[in-house]
Ligand binder design. Structure first.
Ligand SMILES: Nc1ncnc2c1ncn2[C@@H]1O[C@H](COP(=O)(O)OP(=O)(O)OP(=O)(O)O)[C@@H](O)[C@H]1O
Ligand SMILES: [Mg+2]
Length: 331
C-alpha cells in the first residue's frame, strides 16, 4: 500500500476571472504529490505559472486569479473546501512560505525578533519570553551572528542576506510540515545564495520539513531538490528525480533549458538560447504550447496537445517524440 502524500495537487486549473467568468487559463491541469520531508523543485521560464501554483497551495492567490477546477489536498483534506479560518490555522504550524523579496513579507516597523516570535506565540501558545527565546535560537540556527542584539533590529537595518535568514527563521519557527519557497535566493549574490540553500536544506532535514522550491534556475534545483517538475506555459511538461531529468531530459523544453544554462563541468560548451518566446496564454492553440519553439516539432504537435506519459521509472514527459536520450545531454 502506498502512503498518502503530505500534499497532493490534482488537476489544478487557475484562471484570470473577469465579471465572474474565467477569461484566461494560466495554470492548466497541474498534478503532483509531495511526500513528507521531500525536496521538490518547480522550474520554468518567467510566466510559466510557478508562483501562482505555489500561491494556490498557500491560499494566497492575487485578486482576480482563482482556482477554476482541481484540488489541493493536505494530509487528505481538501483545501478548496475549507473555510478561510481553517485555512489560516494551517499557515505557520503546518505550511509556511518564503518569498523572493523579504522586504515585502517583513513588517518594516516591528523588530525582527518580535516578528519571528509572533508565530510561536500564536500557534504554539508560547509565552512572550519563551517565544522570544525560540526566535533568538532560530536566528542562531540560521547563522545570524549576535542574534540577541540583531533581534532588536528593524528589517531596514539588516543586509539582504540577513533579512533572508530572518525569513527562514520565521518560516521554520513553528516547524512546519511544508515550506513553500518562491525564488528565495534570486536577489542574493552567488556566495550568499549557496549559503542560504545549504541552510534551507539542513534545516528541512533536521525538522523533517518538505520543501517546494520554485526557481527559474536549474543549477539551484540540482543543488537543492530531489524531484523536479518542469513547467511551460502553465503546464507540467516533464517531471521526475532531479538527477535523472537533468542527465537525460525527455522533453525538448527541458533540454532547451539545460542547453541555455552554464555548465561549470564543461565551460567550453556553447550556450544555446531557446528561440522565440513563451506563448500568449490568452490565445492558447490546440497543439503543444512548445511546438512553435521546438526544433523537433512534427505536424502532429501542432494538431493536438501531448499528455504527460510515463517515460521511465518515476518519469513523466508530455511529448509525442519518445526520446530516449538527447544527443549531448548533460552528464
Ligand atoms: N494577478 C494576476 N492577474 C492576471 N494575470 C496574472 C496575475 N499574476 C500573474 N499573472 C499571469 O500568470 C502567468 C503566470 O504567472 P506566475 O507569476 O505564476 O509566473 P512565474 O512562473 O512565477 O514567473 P516568474 O519566473 O517571472 O516569477 C503570467 O503570464 C502572468 O502574467
Ligand atoms: Mg514567480
Amino acid at each position: 500500500m502506498t502512503e498518502t502524500p503530505l500534499l497532493s495537487v490534482r488537476n489544478l486549473v487557475l484562471g484570470v476571472v473577469r465579471r465572474g467568468r474565467p477569461s484566461t487559463i494560466i495554470v492548466d491541469d497541474v498534478t503532483f504529490d509531495v511526500a513528507q520531508g521531500e525536496l521538490f523543485g518547480i522550474v520554468g521560464e518567467s510566466g510559466s505559472g510557478k508562483s501562482l501554483t505555489l500561491r494556490a497551495i498557500a491560499g494566497l492567490l492575487p485578486g482576480g486569479v482563482e482556482i477554476i477546477s482541481g484540488s489541493v489536498e493536505y494530509k487528505g483534506r481538501n483545501f478548496t473546501s475549507m473555510t478561510s479560518g481553517e485555512r489560516r490555522a494551517l499557515m505557520g504550524p503546518e505550511i509556511a512560505m518564503i518569498f523572493q523579496d523579504p522586504m515585502t513579507a517583513l513588517n518594516p516597523v516591528v523588530r525582527v525578533g518580535e516578528q519571528i516570535a509572533e508565530g510561536p506565540r500564536r500557534h504554539l501558545g508560547l509565552s512572550k519570553k519563551d517565544a522570544m527565546d525560540l526566535a533568538i535560537s532560530m536566528m542562531a540556527k540560521t547563522g545570524i551572528p549576535d542574534p540577541i542584539r540583531r533581534a532588536k533590529a528593524y528589517p531596514h537595518e539588516l543586509s539582504g542576506g540577513l533579512r533572508q535568514r530572518i525569513m527562514i527563521a520565521m518560516a521554520l519557527s513553528c516547524r512546519p510540515k511544508i515550506l513553500l519557497c518562491d525564488e528565495p535566493t534570486t536577489a542574493l549574490d552567488v556566495t550568499l545564495q549557496h549559503q542560504v540553500l545549504g541552510l534551507l536544506e539542513e534545516m528541512c532535514a533536521n525538522f523533517g520539513t518538505a520543501l517546494i522550491f520554485v526557481t527559474h534556475d536549474l543549477a539551484v534545483v540540482n543543488e537543492t531538490c530531489k524531484k523536479v517538475a518542469v513547467m511551460y506555459a502553465g503546464r507540467i511538461v516533464e517531471s521526475g528525480p532531479v538527477r535523472s531529468v537533468l542527465r537525460d531530459p525527455r522533453h525538448p523544453y527541458t533540454k532547451g533549458l539545460l542547453d541555455s544554462a552554464p555548465d561549470f563541468d564543461h565551460p567550453d560548451r556553447m550556450l544555446k538560447s531557446i528561440p522565440g518566446f513563451p506563448p500568449n496564454l490568452a490565445n492558447r492553440s490546440v497543439g503543444c504550447s512548445f511546438a512553435p519553439r521546438c526544433e523537433f516539432a512534427q505536424p502532429e504537435c501542432v494538431a493536438s496537445s501531448p499528455q504527460l506519459e510515463e517515460v521511465g521509472p518515476d518519469r513523466l514527459s508530455a511529448c509525442f517524440e519518445k526520446f530516449t536520450i538527447f544527443e549531448g545531454a548533460h552528464a
